[in-house]
Design a protein around this ligand. Structure first.
Ligand SMILES: Cc1ncc(COP(=O)(O)O)c(C=O)c1O
Length: 469
């Protein structure tokens, strides 16, 4: 997918269609188009780009953090799993509560629970489904849900069907805001204050659009202080940290040594493990609660053999220690990026002038670890300019814009991988600075429109594409 093709798609999909549909489609479709037009006029239409990056483009975008998919390591592990189980039946044959439970699935859940040092585990088709299941079935009437304001859409989805009436957010990663909200619950909710109901706190270990990690230890301390009887418990979504943090990829909770303090961990397999599916690691009580109440677990056909085989293959790679070197490589790659960009002559000036802002790498040398998702910000009106520049330089990255992030907070999300080489990282850092220098020069020139070279090139290609239609 080239920038020109992306743009050629972007403009037409945002053009309202309702008026052109008059009398040509059913009333039903026209009604739907009316709703879509609201999004179109808000320039907020989602579209599925076909994933066909140029073979030579540098991957700073996919969620294949450990490079297991591209390197073929997960494919080999998966094929070994198939070879070890030659008589497998492809489908589960029913819900887990009917015919869909089998020794292979149960062994996978034991493997997952043991690896993460948890009492038990329960598999789901996806992380989205797991979060819906947890939020929809664990909180009881009278319980409260307190969640980080940046929590994933799937947790919001689950909260909509949750029986908890009290659902409030606290400021993103803000321990004091969390304490305030928790004290408010203690004051207003007698049934919780008396210990007859609980507070469920929903967090992510690492937030995918900002690449920052949760101050989990501090939050847990506050939870235990305010509710010493243990009726404030945490759900930690490890979608972005499974395989990437902790001993051999056990996750962020493991890295902080907090396994015993977190009631529910949700690990997903579509990112670092390069498979699909998810597992909830929890106590037997929570598992039984899910099995009895989570409608998407009860009324859904159980995961198929290939899905579980890929996950088990992934766990074998982590258990063998093979992925630890890949985790370490990610740390090296991000630090190399930080070092390279900071030593570029343009960087400091670009930051001072507000052309660049990369909060995640600030102070990286003194941090215990760096994160593999690094948003690069610029003036809001320049975000696409930077994206064009990087894409034309062969760097595969995407702009993240409203409605995924709030208006005014668009950014280029850079994702680092174990497969990125030092040269690739240097190309990225230098390309960002080359663009920043161009913008600094344009701003200093005082000329009217400050449209850099890459953007002019893309606009020309886009006009040509429109004319050719
Ligand atoms: C934080 C978070 N939780 C849950 C999910 C959903 O996981 P899955 O892709 O397995 O449905 C995602 C996926 O993007 C995520 O980023």
């Amino acid at each position: 997918m080239t920038t020109a093709t992306l743009l050629a798609q972007w403009f037409p999909i945002h053009k309202p269609k309702g008026p052109t549909f008059k009398n040509t489609t059913t009333r039903f479709d026209r009604n739907l188009e009316e709703t879509l037009d609201v999004r179109r006029s808000d320039k907020a239409v989602f579209t599925m780009h076909r994933n066909e990056p140029h073979p030579e483009s540098l991957d700073f975008s996919t969620l294949d953090f450990l490079h297991l998919s591209k390197s073929g390591l997960i494919r080999t592990a998966f094929l070994q799993e198939l070879a070890a189980n030659p008589d497998f039946e492809l489908s589960a044959g029913g819900s887990r509560l009917l015919n869909g439970n089998n020794p292979y699935t149960e062994a996978a859940e034991r493997q997952i629970a043991e690896f993460h040092n948890g009492e038990t585990a329960l598999l789901f088709h996806s992380g989205f489904e797991a979060n819906v299941a947890i939020m929809g079935s664990v909180p009881r009437p009278g319980d409260a849900i307190l969640y980080d304001e940046y929590i994933h859409a799937s947790t919001h989805e689950g909260m909509q069907i949750s029986k908890a009436i009290y659902k409030k957010s606290f400021k993103h990663n803000d321990v004091e805001s969390f304490r305030e909200k928790l004290l408010e619950i203690k004051e207003t909710e007698k049934i919780i204050r008396d210990g007859k109901r609980s507070v469920i706190v929903a967090l992510e270990s690492m937030y995918s659009m900002d690449g920052d990690v949760s101050p989990l230890k501090e939050l847990i301390q506050v939870g235990q202080e305010v509710f010493p009887d243990g009726n404030c418990q945490f759900l930690v979504d490890e979608a972005h940290t499974t395989g990437v943090y902790g001993n051999q990829g056990r996750g962020y909770v493991n890295q902080l040594g907090l396994e015993k303090d977190v009631a529910i961990r949700m690990h997903t397999y579509g990112k670092a493990l390069a498979c699909t599916g998810a597992a909830v690691v929890c106590s037997n009580t929570v598992r039984e609660t899910l099995v009895n109440n989570a409608r998407c677990f009860i009324y859904s056909t159980a995961p198929s053999f290939p899905m579980i085989a890929a996950i088990r293959g992934g766990y074998k790679l982590m258990q063998s220690g093979e992925t630890q070197a890949l985790q370490d490589k990610i740390q090296h790659v991000v630090k190399h990026f930080a070092q390279t960009i900071e030593s570029n002559d343009t960087y400091e000036e670009a930051v001072d002038e507000g052309i660049l802002s990369i909060p995640n790498i600030e102070g990286w040398e003194s941090k215990p670890f760096v994160t593999h998702v690094v948003p690069v910000m610029t003036r809001q009106r320049y975000t696409l300019f930077l994206c064009y520049h990087l894409q034309l330089a062969g760097i595969n990255c995407f702009p993240i814009d409203y409605p995924v992030v709030p208006k005014g907070f668009s950014r280029i999300r850079i994702v680092f991988h174990a497969g990125n080489t030092d040269e690739e990282v240097e190309a990225l850092a230098n390309s960002i600075c080359e663009w920043a220098q161009e913008m600094l020069d344009l701003e200093a020139s005082g000329k009217g429109a400050k449209v850099p070279r890459a953007a002019r090139q893309v606009h020309a290609a886009q006009e040509a594409a429109i004319e050719a239609r």
